[in-house]
Design a protein around this ligand. Structure first.
Ligand SMILES: *Cc1c(COP(=O)(O)O)cnc(C)c1O
Length: 406
């Protein structure tokens, strides 16, 4: 992988026509360590956020020894780069064959569930493999209500009374038991964890079984950009959220229970930016070489605001517009699909034109892990960049919050 000081230097040297991911291993290590230092338990990185080998390897080097996995592909990806790392199989609804693979081939001993039929599936395989249930920890996934940009509790999780039954059932069989929840991604309300902890406390008291662990999931917010026309949102930083979480854990009496967190976004978001090229400017529209079916599906949902940096092509000698005025441009993706248009405009200098590049920052989470081969486009070019995005020169534009009318 070629190394550059900044993405701007990479763009000007390579003049890329394809999207280029700028990987910042030092940023990834620093963000992983910051999380591990602040969280009073084990950190299990959620592989689905970005499962690239370079990411898993760097995390392993940074001292991450646990990974939250959900599929055979993720088991293999972790094992390939971190053979000694522990894996938590935290998908509540699993294929029978995948449970067997996890227990038999990968030696995974921590699984989650939210229904009694899943207990039966796991038990059948535990018996078939002649394993002692006491060597297996089953986390009962608790339904949570909260505010996050991506609400996931609608899909998984047992209601509190059901969770009590599940804990007792697993305990009676002889499994170790724990409680887990996942409040959704990019929480928007710092009270979210406390509400989940209150619910976990209710469940623990009624279940009255020894608790082998509490897993607070992911959801920790990453820093993104903000709409230049609006006030900066008053979301507390990770430090504040963590100190709040630590005091909530104490207050609800969970400080003596082994704790796990499954951060994804907050660990990996800042570790990548993406250089895209403007293939054509048509009025207020920019047609770029990436889009919702590649790296930008997370921003397409319109829930996050990505910071962006303008990289003008020095080969263009004439430009129209005032370079000091920033305006909103609608961004159309690379595929022929008519929905491949970002829901938020990019704010860029009025002079932006065909052939220019845009560096989109903080795009390490749910970007390359979600890219598809749709229409034959598959961005897969990487460079290493040594300067953090925020220090790589002025951020001139933002992929903003407002939906734009054509
Ligand atoms: C996706 C996921 C995570 C990671 O969530 P982030 O918001 O990226 O931190 C953690 N746990 C589970 C169970 C998940 O599904």
């Amino acid at each position: 992988m070629q190394t550059f000081r900044t993405a701007t230097e990479a763009a000007l040297a390579l003049r890329p026509d394809v999207p280029v991911y700028c990987f910042r291993p030092q940023v990834l290590m620093a963000d992983a360590r910051a999380f591990m230092d602040a969280f009073p338990g084990e950190t299990a990185y959620a592989v689905k956020t970005n499962g690239e080998p370079m990411v898993l390897e760097t995390l392993s080097k940074a001292g991450v020894t646990m990974f939250d996995v959900a599929s055979p592909g993720e088991f293999a990806a972790v094992r390939a780069v971190a053979p000694k790392a522990g894996m938590l199989y935290m998908h509540p609804i699993k294929a029978q064959s995948d449970i067997r693979l996890a227990l038999e081939t990968y030696g995974i001993r921590v699984l989650s569930l939210d229904h009694e039929d899943e207990v039966a599936k796991i038990l059948r395989i535990v018996r078939a493999l002649d394993l002692d249930p006491a060597t297996v920890t089953l986390f009962v996934r608790l339904q949570t209500k909260g505010q996050a940009a991506y609400e996931l509790s609608k899909k998984f999780g047992a209601a509190p009374a059901h969770a009590v039954e599940l804990l007792q059932r697993c305990h009676r069989i002889g499994f170790k038991v724990g409680i887990c929840f996942h409040v959704g991604s990019q929480i928007e309300d710092p009270e979210t964890y406390e509400r989940a902890l209150a619910s976990a406390d209710w469940v623990r008291n009624r279940a009255d079984v020894p608790l082998a662990g509490l897993d607070v999931g992911g959801g920790f917010p990453a820093e993104y950009g903000h709409d230049p026309r609006r006030k900066k949102p008053q979301m507390p930083g990770l430090g504040q959220i963590m100190s709040r979480l630590r005091s909530d854990l104490t207050e609800w009496g969970f400080s003596d229970v082994p704790l796990v967190a499954e951060p994804g976004r907050v660990v990996v978001a800042r570790a990548f930016s993406l250089i895209v090229r403007v293939l054509l400017r048509k009025g207020r529209r920019l047609y770029i070489n990436d889009g919702i079916w590649a790296s930008l599906s997370d921003s397409w949902t319109g829930k996050i605001t990505l910071p962006a940096r303008f990289i003008p092509d020095p080969a263009r000698t004439t430009r129209n517009g005032d370079p000091n005025t920033v305006g909103a441009f609608r961004v159309c993706g690379a595929t022929c699909d008519s929905v491949d248009i970002l829901s938020r405009p990019f704010w860029l200098p009025e002079t932006v034109d065909t052939g220019d590049w845009i560096e989109i920052g903080h795009i390490g989470a749910y970007s390359l892990s979600l890219r598809t081969r749709f229409n034959g486009f598959y961005p897969d070019t990487f460079v290493e960049v040594t300067t953090p995005f925020d220090e790589g020169g002025d951020v001139q534009g933002f992929a903003s919050l407002e939906t734009m009318a054509d």
